[in-house]
Design a protein around this ligand. Structure first.
Ligand code: 16G
Ligand code: ZN
Length: 557
């Protein structure tokens, strides 16, 4: 294949209308107001093709979404063939290409950068034997169809790529389908492209298997669940899953609200996981009808979920990512013990500095599980879970997370199951089924929701019992606007500041004044701001504690 420079020039001229905008590929890919994204869509499409060419034509995923951001925004991120985030060493390429197109005075400036990248990665465009394969998906935003055209504008025409357009899907569906398509291709499947239907069948099958396995000894029922889908793509997708004739739970047990994904300006508006977690209150459109009911909120692209309930005094109780990981850790470590595998398989929980101190103490002292702390951002937690544990449970407090089961986990379970000749202990079969219920490529609101429902049913716990396992320390997170956030450099997994010099000592002196006090300061990776987190025992002193830290931050910036 020879790169048709003239054809590329024409598409570049037609597509890249936004100029002189500085683009940055952060933890969540590129994200900004949708009207500024044409240029970066054009370059990201090319980069995804190059990534696929570099990987011998494997399916590379691209998702158009701005997650929990307001409806005017949009964004894009690239997904590796195994469903994980774009390789970190390629993130700078994404930025270089986008900024070259944004700042170049003519096509030649951009083209020179493209040729440099192709040369640097030794990608041979002339071979012609490797066909790049791309899977694209988008959330429900109004701007997405136009941005999709910018993204794919060069893929087939200039690079002869095969593009699979999944239409509107959740972010985790795109990750799952990319991974499954590559697995099938590796197994020699002649039609390897996975579909949304594969996703529904797989997770419904896993849920039903787990239920029928555990129902042998006791009858199971799930709590009544109300799901706020943030008026995003999670609504229609969850409806499709629940409409499956194979679904074992009675249809009226799960009710979906905030499902107007066709009204653009309602997306994430006073609802969704981010709103509920940040404001610690019910989303718009939810009126508590029963004290036994459980509620949950997805974010706009359904890769985060937080739960909550309302007690008999109408008090709101949040069950966030920490509560989800502790529930799952309690359940899975118990199953490991019952199956006599606690010495063969290592279970652990991965958190960030935002995890409530009470959750960390509970995991260590009550569950006797190891806990790791990593920097904020899914890729850091994911990496720790993969490298340290056979069952690596990771959740950010904001509700983004999943569980990673190692190769060794599957081997041990398989071998134990085969030894017991169809008469295996219930815990062993439970572990085997449970692992299938988890979307291991990325945090997935739908799969996590099913896993929590199943766990509560098997443990016969009401929302209140789940909450009672430990009590969160009162906590506060504030955003601080400073002149230059880049001077705030951290160490110790973002728990301590290295710079500005002397600031950490001042913060430590504030912390020392408050019983069970903990506070840290970090520059946001997604906004031009610094975040200050504080927790302490006495709720009446929390504001004062947090303000003292904020004052020091402002004074040093
Ligand atoms: C991104 C991250 C999320 C993290 C958040 C922190 C991914 C896919 N998403 O949304 O995990 O919690 O950034 O934002 O990694 P902040 O740096 O602005 O505090
Ligand atoms: Zn999201």
């Amino acid at each position: 294949m020879k790169l048709n420079q003239e054809q590329l020039r024409k598409i570049y001229d037609d597509t890249c209308r936004t100029k002189n905008v500085q683009y940055s590929y952060g933890t969540a890919g590129f994200r900004t107001v949708a009207k500024d994204l044409d240029t970066v869509m054009f370059t990201t499409g090319i980069l995804a093709v190059l990534r696929s060419l570099k990987l011998q034509g494997q399916y590379v995923g691209v998702m158009i979404t701005a997650s929990h951001n307001p409806y005017q925004d949009n964004g894009v991120k690239i997904v590796e063939p195994d469903g994980s985030m774009l390789l970190a060493t390629w993130e700078p390429y994404a930025m270089q290409l986008a900024n070259a197109a944004s700042f170049a005075t003519d096509f030649e400036g951009f083209y020179a950068e493209l040729v440099k990248l192709i040369g640097h990665e030794k990608i041979d465009l002339d071979v012609g034997t490797v066909v790049p394969h791309i899977v694209v998906g988008r959330d429900s935003r109004e701007s997405s169809p136009f941005l999709l055209r910018c993204l794919t504008s060069t893929m087939a025409s200039v690079f002869h790529a095969q593009v699979v357009d999944l239409g509107c899907v959740t972010t985790p569906q795109l990750h799952y389908i990319t991974d499954l398509s590559n697995k099938r291709a590796q197994e020699g499947d002649s039609a390897p492209v996975a579909t949304e239907q594969d996703y529904y069948s797989f997770f419904i099958g896993a849920f039903n298997d787990l239920f029928s396995t555990c129902q042998i000894e006791k009858s199971l029922s799930v709590p009544k669940l109300f799901v706020d889908t943030a008026n995003g793509i999670g609504g229609p997708q969850l409806k499709k899953l629940l409409a499956s004739p194979d679904w074992v739970v009675p249809a009226d047990q799960i009710e979906i609200t905030n499902d107007k994904s066709d009204v653009p300006e309602l997306l994430n508006f006073e609802c969704g996981a981010d709103y509920v977690k940040t404001n610690q209150k019910l989303p718009k459109g939810l009126c508590p009808s029963s004290f036994d009911a459980l509620y949950c909120s997805f974010d706009g692209d359904a890769d985060r979920v937080v739960f909550y309930y309302v007690d008999s005094k109408s008090k709101f109780h949040l069950l966030d990512g920490d509560k989800i990981s502790t529930l799952l850790a309690k359940f899975l470590s118990k199953q490991l013990q019952l199956a006599n595998l606690e010495h063969s398989l290592k279970i652990g929980v991965v958190q960030t500095a935002y995890a409530n101190g009470s959750s960390t103490t509970y995991i260590k002292d009550e569950l006797h599980c190891p806990v790791s702390c990593t920097k904020t951002g899914v890729k850091h937690l994911h990496h720790e879970a993969v490298t340290q544990y056979d069952i690596g449970i990771y959740f950010e407090a904001n509700g983004h997370g999943t569980i990673i089961f190692s190769e060794k986990f599957h081997q041990v379970i398989e071998s134990e199951l085969s030894k017991s000749h169809g008469n295996s202990p219930l815990a062993l079969r439970t572990l085997s089924c449970f692992a299938k219920l988890i979307n291991q490529t990325v945090g997935d609101a739908i799969s996590d929701m099913l896993a929590v429902l199943a766990t509560l049913s098997i443990l016969q716990m009401a929302p209140m019992d789940w909450d009672k396992e430990y009590t969160d320390l009162p906590n506060k997170l504030v955003k601080c606007i400073v002149h230059d956030r880049s001077i705030f450099q951290t160490t110790d997994q973002e728990r301590k500041l290295q710079n500005p010099a002397g600031l950490q000592t001042k913060i430590d002196s504030v912390i020392a004044k408050y019983a069970m006090g903990r506070s840290f300061v970090r520059a946001s990776g997604t906004e031009d701001a610094v975040r200050v987190y504080a927790e302490c025992q006495d709720p009446s002193k929390l504001d004062q504690f947090c303000n003292e830290v904020v004052e020091y931050v402002k004074a040093s910036a």
